[in-house]
Design a protein around this ligand. Sequence first.
Ligand SMILES: NC(=O)c1ccc[n+]([C@@H]2O[C@H](COP(=O)([O-])OP(=O)(O)OC[C@H]3O[C@@H](n4cnc5c(N)ncnc54)[C@H](OP(=O)(O)O)[C@@H]3O)[C@@H](O)[C@H]2O)c1
Length: 240
Amino acid sequence: MSLAQQRILIIGGSSGMGLASARRLIGAGADVFIAGRDAGRLQAAVQSLEGKAVGIAADTADPASLAALMDRAGRLDHLVLAAGGTPAWGPFAQTSAEALRRAIDSKLIGYWQSLQAALPRLRKDGSVVMLTGAASRVAMNGTAGLAAVNGGITQMAQTLARELAPLRVNVVSPGLVDTPAYDGMPAEAKAGMFAAAAKSLPVGRTGRSEDIAGAVELLIANTFATGVLLDLDGGARMPL
Ligand SMILES: NC(=O)c1ccc[n+]([C@@H]2O[C@H](COP(=O)([O-])OP(=O)(O)OC[C@H]3O[C@@H](n4cnc5c(N)ncnc54)[C@H](OP(=O)(O)O)[C@@H]3O)[C@@H](O)[C@H]2O)c1
């Protein structure tokens, strides 16, 4: 399907994989709206897209702000859910239920209420793409909280692919991707983590936002794709 003039909202579109998806979809001729909480970050993102997207501030934790976002965006053909959350990282024994609750609220419930808010505006046979995370697909120490949240989203998406049909609902599960999500880490720790991950992967490198953007475009454009879980993780699931 051609994406020309398709109206696509990317929540979490002001940074990382959401922003790369915006760039890619604009390149395919789509009319793109990007949303995120921080107005300054949105403005910078719109500038980096040469003004070819509309930026709208919204918080997936706040139903009123989601309703206002949908009012501004109007009729939609496709929705991309790429907002980050507050992940519950760390060894199971030391990760509190409160940390897990925050993680569920910020990502799983965030995606849930974003889709609920968008549904009345979303073309009946349009599509939704949700970004989850490889921690729910590969057993790694210290990622039970990430697994719980992203695994929940994956399962919810597969049920919705049936319940909301003919709307198509698909998931991309990224492995480690170098995005501003890691800007808060000390540079040396970040470099060490990415180098170790690259060494362990069959592809010999970690992900780029553009790798994921290509998959987002594919799942939107391919009208035979629904209920798909696309692992884009450099082969992280392959046993060593
Ligand atoms: N990077 C990785 O290695 C990796 C791996 C697996 C999965 N993922 C998942 O992939 C998705 C994209 O990650 P990324 O690395 O591209 O993240 P990123 O660069 O940190 O971008 C996150 C985007 O989400 C927006 N956002 C965060 N919380 C929001 C909220 N409550 N309401 C609305 N917008 C919100 C941010 O803008 P504001 O902060 O201004 O709101 C920003 O636009 C996330 O769901 C992440 O969990 C990432």
